[in-house]
Design a protein around this ligand. Structure first.
Ligand SMILES: Nc1ncnc2c1ncn2[C@@H]1O[C@H](COP(=O)(O)OP(=O)(O)OP(=O)(O)O)[C@@H](O)[C@H]1O
Length: 636
């Protein structure tokens, strides 16, 4: 026997929240199904747990499931579970009221939010759960019977001010939510939620890994003019990350990786972890073996997806992995977050920040282990992802040390093999305190650059850095193991630190010899260089161009320009080799007749050749070619 229908008012806050939901704060209405399935899944979990704890509870737990039902004539969609169910009092408490603390304050802030996006992000902290049904339905009925009780409850509402509640007989244990669907309306984001394909695709996208079967009767042709239907399970239920590592085979991991990454090759590394602390989560991450083609495009997305209790929440979750680990693929399943959590809130969530820190450490440690344990695999990985990892030196100062430890760079020590910074430091010469490097477009350009000459002659090893990102991090990272990074194309170089008196004397004499030429050179070339000085880094070339320690390198200047930034041209310093015959001849010619009109052209040619030798660009190549040919012609 059913009881008389009682009409109850929604609590004031609930009413406000419902209004917000109905008047569509959410552009993505599909999520209502995710919310209802998630509630059902929780109810199935609860029943299983309760029946284990309470042996007197007469509950059938032989086939826990969720069934989706469509009635096209009545335009209803039902979500049924045989989970724990609710008593009448629980329905009033749980569905008619919002028990969460801070609701009133939150609603106030939502009302004051500037736009829909801000409102959505606030409400994401909260989760609208069951109420999201009102986004797609103009009436919702809930029939439920709690396990261990006999009386069923019917709750019905149109989401306006009140709801009706009555007792009903003969309900099975569990809950059925019936949505009386609003008409489909493309403009309002309301899809046809009676269509099999739509339901199927929402389940696949959001609820594929729910551990209980989600079933639906699907049509399988006709027999004697009558549609034949068959129950089909829509979700795969296989959430690998929720299983203990020891129970998952490598083949299963690989299969799963391919499914989420759309990659054909097996991953290079698998990281499977579980945290059971105050903020419990499972994480299953993969380091791919090859970089995707769009790794450096602006549109590249991060590969880590966020789930909450097996319900898909979002992909490209920037709160979980930093940009420089965008190549890492996988899933993080947090056990205790709102399903509607927004990206913005996630960014500021203390727990999520903790998860992120841990994931970064795990990934970096996995790469480090590869470096020490499997050099060949590591070399491949570095080749694919080294450039991106080096972005971390700019983005993530918390992990500078770990990242520097991973660096593998070309060096003048070995033409075939790269070096780690640690190996470099171990080979450093006595008295050498800095790590020398030179940046450039290619290994050949760097190796043949005039800046290298004295370093090569004196046996100093120089790192050859040819990735654009190298230009930036070397300027930002203070040191490795107490040794600062020193560009050999910047600042003064004094490789004879133990200079004796004779050397000093010689130096003063040279300075005096060139005392007239240097200011003249600087003046003549003042459109291109800010100073001219004698070099101690050249052995065979006549000249080179160097920057001050804080100057931007020409490559960095070019990079900024390519990105559309307006920066004034950076003038560098011309260094000349006092022992080179061309330079001594110029000095003598200048001493003889400083007004000789051929001299400025010669100065330009010297500067131009220095730029060409470092692989740089000439400001006016045609002019340079003309000056050079005229000069050569005169020598014949
Ligand atoms: N199918 C169901 N079976 C049993 N109880 C349910 C069911 N659906 C909802 N409930 C009860 O109603 C409560 C409120 O549900 P609602 O979806 O509004 O919020 P929630 O699931 O608690 O939180 P959120 O969705 O924000 O994470 C649930 O906590 C649960 O106790």
């Amino acid at each position: 026997m059913g009881s008389p229908v009682e009409t109850l008012e929604f609590q004031a806050e609930t009413r406000q929240l419902l209004q917000l939901v109905i008047h569509s704060i959410y552009s993505n209405k599909d999520i209502f199904l995710r919310e209802l399935i998630s509630n059902s899944s929780d109810a199935l979990d609860k029943l299983r747990l309760e029946s284990l704890v309470d042996s007197d509870l007469e509950a059938d737990t032989s086939d826990p499931h969720i069934v989706l039902g469509v009635d096209r004539d009545a335009r209803t969609l039902t979500v049924t579970d045989n989970g724990i169910g609710m008593t009448r009092a629980e329905v009033v408490d749980l569905i008619g009221t919002i028990a969460k603390s801070g609701t009133a304050g939150l609603l106030e802030r939502i009302k004051q939010a500037k736009d829909a996006e801000a409102a959505q992000s606030l409400i994401g902290q909260f989760g609208v759960g069951f109420y999201s049904a009102f986004m797609v339905a103009d009436k919702v009925s809930l029939r439920t019977r709690r396990a261990g009780t006999t009386e069923g409850t019917l709750w019905e509402s149109d989401g306006e001010g009140s709801y009706e509640i009555s007792s009903v007989d003969d309900l099975p244990v569990g809950t059925t939510v019936t949505l009386h669907l609003k008409p489909a309306d493309g403009e309002d984001g309301l899809a046809d939620y009676l269509a099999d394909w739509k339901i199927r695709s929402i389940v696949k996208q959001y609820s594929d890994f729910i551990r209980w079967p989600i079933r639906m009767a699907v049509e399988r042709g006709e027999s004697d003019g009558v549609a034949v239907t068959e129950m089909e399970t829509l979700n795969s239920m296989k959430a690998l990350w929720a299983r203990p590592r020891s129970e998952v085979t490598e083949a299963e991991y690989h299969e799963f990786y391919k499914q989420i990454s759309h990659d054909w090759t097996d991953p290079a590394e698998i990281i499977h972890m579980r945290s059971e602390g105050t903020f419990a989560y499972d994480a299953l991450l993969f380091i791919p073996s090859a970089a995707p083609f769009d790794l450096f495009s602006q549109q590249t997305k991060r590969g880590v997806q966020l789930y909450v209790k097996r319900v898909f929440i979002m992909d490209d979750c920037e709160a979980l992995v930093p940009n420089y680990l965008r190549f890492v693929k996988g899933v993080v399943d947090a056990h205790d977050l709102s399903l509607n959590i927004s990206r913005e809130i996630l960014q500021h969530d203390r727990h999520i920040r903790g998860v992120r820190r841990r994931l970064v450490k795990k990934v970096l440690t996995a790469i480090k282990d590869m470096q020490t344990g499997n050099a060949e695999q590591y070399a491949k990985l570095w080749d694919q992802f080294g450039r991106v990892l080096k972005e971390g030196l700019i983005e993530d100062t918390d992990n500078t040390e770990a990242l520097l430890d991973l660096i593998s760079a070309d060096s003048t020590h070995d033409a075939e093999k790269t070096t780690t910074l640690r190996e470099y430091v171990e080979r450093m010469k006595d008295g050498q305190d800095a790590i020398y490097y030179l940046t450039g477009a290619t290994r050949a350009a760097v190796e043949n650059s005039p800046h290298m000459e004295a370093f090569t002659a004196k046996g100093y090893e120089v790192l050859i850095l040819t990735d654009p990102v190298d230009e930036v991090w070397v300027d930002q990272v203070p040191d490795f193991d107490g040794h600062r990074f020193q560009s050999i194309a910047k600042g003064q170089v004094d490789l004879d630190s133990d200079s004796d008196e004779n050397a000093d004397e010689e130096k003063s004499k040279r300075e005096a010899d060139f005392a007239a030429l240097l200011p003249w050179l600087a003046g003549t070339l003042s459109d291109h260089v800010k100073a001219a000085r004698l070099s101690s880094r050249l052995t065979t070339s006549a000249a080179c161009v160097v920057g001050d320690a804080q100057d931007m390198t020409p490559m960095l200047e070019k990079m900024y320009r390519a990105m559309g930034q307006q920066i004034p041209p950076v003038k560098r310093i011309l260094e000349i080799n006092p022992a080179h015959p061309l330079i001594t001849a110029l000095r003598d010619a200048h001493a003889k007749n400083a007004e000789d009109t051929a001299l400025p052209d010669l100065a330009e040619i010297i500067l131009g050749t220095a730029l060409l030798a470092e692989g740089g660009d000439l400001s006016d190549p045609a002019r340079f070619a003309r000056l050079l040919t005229e000069r050569l012609a005169r020598t014949l």
